[in-house]
Structure formats: C-alpha cells, structure tokens
Design a protein. Structure first.
Length: 578
C-alpha cells in the first residue's frame, strides 16, 4: 500500500475513537437534554401545585373566618344564614355554603329554604376526616343534590366546648382552577391538569376539557398511586402518547400533572443528534481531505528520510540527504542522527564498563593472591618449623593477612549495602576531632604512618553522626593518603568548624591526580596509575565508600590536586550539630 493509502487508513483509525466518543457524546447530549427537559417540567408542575394550594388556602381562610361566627357557636343557624349569604356574595366562585353534623346530615344549606328538608353531605369521607382531625379538609369532586352542579368543597370544623359541633363547607366552582391553569402559559400541545384524591379531574387545559368529574386513565392512576412525584410515559384521554410530570400536594392530596406529547420530546433529541451527526461527518470529511493533502506533501520528504536513514546506517551524516520543506521531517532525521550517536556512545560506555569489570576482577585476584600466598607460606612454616620465634612470625603473618582480607570483604559489603539503600545508621552527638584523633592514633600504633610526617590541626567540632561510619571515612582518607605518598612525605589532617558546616581535610604531598582522575576519584574501582605488579594494591573502593558514607550524613566530599606530583587534598563537609 502506498503512503497516501496508509495515511488515509491511519486517519480512519485515528478518527474511529473520535467517532465512538462522538456517538457517546451525542447520546450523553441527548440524555442531558431530556434530563434538563424533565427537570423543567417537574419544576413547572411544582409551581402549578403551589399556585393551586394557594388558591385553595385562600378559600379555607375565608371559610375559617365565617366559621368563627358567634351565631354559629351559639347554634343560631338563622343568624348564621344571613352572615353566610353575605360572605357568599363576596366569593364569586362559591356555589353554596352548608353546615353538617358528624352523621353527614346537613342542618343548613343556602340553596334550601328555611325549614325545607336537607340532603346528606355527598362526600362523607372528607366530612369524617374534618371531624376526626379537627383541621380543614379539601374534598373530592362531587355533584350537589340541590345545585345539580359538580364542584369541590373546603370543610372547616367548628369547635364547641372542646368538641367538633359542626363542619362548615363551601362548595366551589372548579372554574377557578381552570382559570389558574390558563394563566400559567401552557405551550400549545401540552396538557395541564389537576386531579382529586380519587383521580377525578378538577380542571384540565385544552385541547380537550372533559366534563368535571371525569376520571383519569388507568395508567395515569397507577403512576399517581405509586409515588408522590415522578416522570412517566403513557396515553392521554385523547389516546396521545405523552410524557408526564406529576406531583401531589401534601395539603389537599390533589395531584398536578403536565403532559407533553412524546413526539415533541423526541423532536428535541432528534435535532441534537442530527446536529452532532452532521458535525462528525464534516470533521471526518475534513480529516480525510487533510490526510490526502498531507500525504502528497510528505511522500517525497519521507523518501529522502529513508535515504537519510540508510546514510546513518552507513555511518554518514543525514544532512546531505535532506532538504525537506517539512520541518518535522528534518527534525526526525536529526533525531535519527542523535540516536545513532547515542547508541555509539552507549556501546563505548558499555565497553568501558566491561573493561572496568575486567580490571576489577584482575585487581581482586591480585589483592587476594598476595595475602593467600603469604598465608600459604605461613601455614607451611607452622607445619614444618617448630622454633618459637618462627611460629610467632607465622601467626603474625596469618593475622595480618586475615585482617587485610576481612577489610577487603567489609569494604565491598559496605558499598553493596549503601548502594542498595540497606545501610543502618546510629546517629548521636559526637566530636569529629575526637573521632579523627582516635583513628590517627590507631593507624600510628599499627605502623601504617610510621614512615610519614603527620601534621595535626584539630578543634572540637560537634556533629550528629554514626561514630563507626565516620571513623571509616577518616581511616579510608588517611590510608589513601599514605598509599600514594612516598616515605618521608607529609600527611596533614585538619578538623575545624565553619558554620554551618564541620570541615575535615586530609592532604598529602604524594603523587597527585590529573584533572580526569579528580572527576572520577569517587567512582567504584577507580585508582591512580600503578605499575604492572600493583605495588600499592587496593581495589578502588575506599573513596567510593567515603562518598557514600558522607552522603548518608547529609554532607559532601571533594578532591583537589594541582596535578601530577603536587599532592592531593580531600575535603569533607558535614552539618554542624545544633
């Protein structure tokens, strides 16, 4: 497949996740749109329910004021009739006012002449509730026996001597609720309705206004009985597929429902999905067109890039094979050139590390061969010679060489532990000059400094450290100075306080170090130049161990030398103790 085909395929592969994300995003957008729409409908149903409750509460307050009549409390129903007629005249939505006993028998009805037979209250459950709870109650829709009109009642209990004597009821025209719905600016095609506790319509917006008292569909009744608030789908009275948001009033027990045709809800989702699909199609078309144009621009530079790679493989420079207008292609060629150089440098470093490993094995074998040869000779003396003086010398040789081998093993183990992060420290407040004096005295006692002139300059300097580790630092520095300083040469040791540091300097007048050796002095297995027979011995571990131990104490160590034959100096800086 040619480059253009690859780029077009690559574009499609790259765009595939974006298309998937776009589809998921479209679905999320549609879902979010529906959720937002649903929340908006729920908010409108709650607002309409609050308005209906306020309307009913207004009727209840007016009726409570009427029920507080002294005439009614005294049982003077004729006087109360006059008062009730006056209040009814001020309430255009009131059909009637009646007064009932707990049995449901009415004792006063404004639509009946005084002394005429009175009917039973049509909605006995709400009447009973008002008597039992002693609180105002809103009834279901019912048809009045005298008015022959359907309406709802608000009932207020009348207390006398701590008991409910009567229940006063105002029968109200549901047209007031219809006007309330009409004033809520219901969009065309939507349906808003208020239903009583038996799911009969109190009021309903257009397009269909059923006879008052019509009962809701069975699916709506099931939804209303299942929860006090919700969002469901079903059929309206007209048989229209609708989504419905509903809520129930805790005050009246009535339900408010707003229904929206499903086609209007889905139309919003379809519009959002169509916009997203067109956007994705446009992006895909632009991406394919861009890939085609880019492939035309990249075909020739990539061919040149292949030539540059071949040149790099042959060890030549890539610059001669590139003159691309594409900056990134030139960058890639440069990166290939740098990568090739890095690979060559790594190969060089690996070869150097291999040589260092070989040198270390040679040094280790040499360092072990000398003490083993001495120990073998001492062992032969112990086996075949029985003179006390010879035996004593042989034992001294064995002890000295065993200490030397133990020291080698201990240095290697310490380096291993420190580099692996397993070294332990026991810090305490100690005098660095005291540690240096102790080490210096032990080295003099062992005879390792007898052939050198030692100069001391030490003052009391307190640090927080591990005494054994710091002793090892001083020992390694002094032994290094002694090893590379000819007999009769000078070795100096200085301990001073230079806040915020404690300073330890070990100097010598020995063979010195080249600048290259100074940079690598603290690396493992690095030593100064020695003859083939390695008369000075050592494995290049001591200074590496010094650097690691000083680092564990939060300090630094540096090496200085003016050059070959000019001596060396090693300066250690540690934090002063508080």
């Amino acid at each position: 497949m040619r480059l253009r085909g690859h780029l077009l395929l690559l574009t499609l592969v790259v765009m595939a996740p974006m298309l998937v994300l776009g589809i998921l995003g479209t679905w999320a957008l549609v879902h979010q749109e529906q959720q937002t729409f649903q929340h908006g409908i729920q908010a409108r149903t709650r607002a309409l329910q609050s308005a209906v409750d306020a309307e009913v509460q207004g009727h209840i307050r007016t009726l409570q004021a009427l029920a507080a009549s002294q005439a009614l409390g005294a049982g003077d129903l004729e006087t109360f009739r006059v008062e009730a007629l006056r209040v009814q005249a001020s309430q255009p939505d009131w059909y009637n006012v009646n007064v009932s006993l707990p049995t449901g028998q009415q004792v006063l009805n404004l639509k009946a002449a005084p002394g005429a037979p009175l009917p039973q209250t049509p909605d006995l459950p709400s009447l009973k509730q008002a008597f039992e709870t002693r609180r105002p109650v809103v009834s279901n829709m019912a048809r009045g026996a005298l008015t022959a009109r359907t309406g709802y009642s608000v009932r207020v209990p009348v207390l006398s001597e701590g008991k409910v004597a009567y229940v006063v009821a105002a029968v109200i025209d549901p047209a007031s609720i219809e006007r309330l719905i009409a004033g809520r600016d219901i969009p065309p095609g939507w349906i808003a309705a208020v239903l009583d506790r038996r799911y009969a319509f109190v009021a309903r917006s257009r397009p269909l206004a059923p006879e008052a008292g019509t009962v809701a569909t069975s699916n709506l009744q099931a939804d209303l009985s299942a929860a006090p608030e919700g969002w469901t789908r079903g059929l309206s009275l007209e048989g229209i597929d609708v989504y419905r948001g509903f809520t129930r009033s805790p005050m009246s027990g009535w339900s408010v429902v707003i229904a929206i045709p499903a086609r209007l809800v889905h139309e919003r989702a379809r519009h959002a999905a169509a916009v997203a699909a067109m956007s994705m199609a446009l992006v895909l078309a632009l991406a394919l067109a861009g890939a085609w144009l880019i492939s035309r621009r990249l075909a020739k530079p990539i061919t040149r890039l292949a030539d540059a790679a071949s040149a790099i493989e042959a060890g030549e420079s890539a610059a001669a094979h590139l003159n691309s207008p594409v900056h990134e292609v030139n960058q890639l060629a440069g990166a290939l050139q740098r990568a090739a150089e890095a690979v060559r440098e790594r190969e060089t470093r690996l070869r150097a590390e291999e040589r260092a490993k070989d040198n270390f094995l040679a040094m280790l074998s040499h360092e072990l061969r000398n003490p083993l040869a001495a120990m073998q000779g001492a062992t032969l003396l112990l086996q075949h010679v029985h003179r006390p003086d010879v035996l004593a010398k042989a034992r001294d040789v064995l002890q000295r060489q065993l200490r030397h081998m133990a020291r080698l093993a201990d240095d290697l183990l310490q380096v291993h532990l420190i580099t692996r992060g397993n070294a332990t420290m026991q810090r305490e407040r100690i005098d660095l000059s005291g540690v240096a004096r102790t080490v210096l005295a032990n080295l003099k006692l062992s005879g390792r400094l007898l052939e050198h002139k030692v100069q001391e300059e030490m003052e009391r300097t307190m640090v927080m450290g591990d005494e054994a580790r710091l002793s090892q630092v001083v020992t390694n520095l002094l032994e290094n100075a002694a090893k590379y300083t000819e007999p009769g040469g000078r070795i100096g040791i200085k301990v001073a306080s230079q806040p915020p540091h404690a300073v330890l300097v070990v100097s010598d007048s020995g063979q010195g170090m080249s600048p290259d050796l100074i940079e690598r002095a603290f690396e493992l297995f690095v030593q100064g130049d020695q003859a083939m027979d390695r008369p000075l011995g050592g494995m290049g571990v001591g200074l590496a161990l010094v650097k690691q131990l000083v680092g564990l104490h939060g300090g630094t160590v540096v090496a200085r030398s003016a050059g070959a034959g000019a001596g060396s100096a090693f300066e250690v800086r540690l934090p002063l103790a508080d």
